[in-house]
Design a protein. Structure first.
Length: 259
């Protein structure tokens, strides 16, 4: 949902004008980065990794619903892209406000992992950071209940925000989602809501995300610590470091057992 009263930064104003949008009509669509805006008809995204996002969306288009790319420009080293505004609302919003639909939404979200695992990553798309993978499948690396859109029945209508997209082993995408649903401080806060709990439990169960190999969980915990370092005090991430230590221990044991 667009927020009112938040002034767009200068780069967003420049991009909006370049695309012929009325700057007075654009509103932020939320998110921690402040990179996504809309005039109610199209979506404007800005950032350093817009080129990779466009690559990923194009690769995913045949398998999952993603926004069409209308136009793209570069502004002083910062990319800007104009995208289709997809129908539906974030699965997280549906679960919180309509708990009886939360289970269906969770299953729809969980099914995404198998669908994405079948997609080859574009040749020019970067590799998943911090790891070498023999596979080059398309990874979203930010699949969570506010980047998956659903209709009022919890059925999938779109997957958005491909900023983190990379090439690698599908287990990394699953591990990344597991870490967000289980360890992210924002998700932990939402556990008090019954609909949110139902949504996340069905997502976790649909793809057996609690059974992910320790090596992938280790990578996901490291990724999360780096990703959230600027937004949370070290004490707020102590549980993530604990999960990292546990995954490291299990990965070491698994490695020794396989020799």
């Amino acid at each position: 949902m667009a927020s009112q009263g938040v002034a767009p930064p200068p780069i967003v104003v420049r991009a909006a004008r370049a695309f012929g949008l009325d700057v007075r009509s654009i509103r932020t669509l939320g998110g921690a980065s402040g990179t996504t805006w809309s005039d109610g008809h199209v979506v404007l995204r800005v950032g350093e990794r817009v080129a990779d996002e466009v690559l990923a969306v194009s690769a995913a288009a045949g398998r999952v619903p993603v926004p069409r790319v209308f136009d793209r420009i570069e502004l002083d080293g910062c990319g800007a892209v104009l995208l289709e505004l997809l129908p539906g609302r974030p699965a997280g919003d549906l679960a919180v406000t309509t708990p009886e639909r939360a289970a269906a939404a969770g299953r729809s979200c969980g099914a995404l992992h198998d669908r994405l695992a079948e997609l080859a990553a574009p040749p020019k798309l970067r590799e998943a950071p911090g790891v070498r993978c023999q596979q080059r499948r398309l990874l979203h690396l930010d699949l969570h209940p506010y980047n998956v859109l659903v209709d009022d029945d919890g059925e999938l209508t779109g997957v958005i925000d491909w900023t983190n997209a990379a090439a690698g082993d599908p287990q990394l995408d699953a591990a990344r989602t597991w870490s967000i649903l289980v360890l992210d401080p924002a998700a932990i806060t939402l556990r008090a809501n019954p609909g949110w709990r139902v949504l996340t439990e069905n997502w976790l169960q649909a793809e057996r995300l609690r059974e992910i190999p320790a090596a992938a969980r280790r990578w996901a915990c490291s990724f999360m610590l780096e990703d959230l370092a600027q937004r949370h005090a070290p004490a707020a991430l102590a549980h993530v470091r604990d999960a990292l230590h546990q995954a490291e221990t299990e990965a070491g044991q698994a490695s020794r057992a396989s020799r």
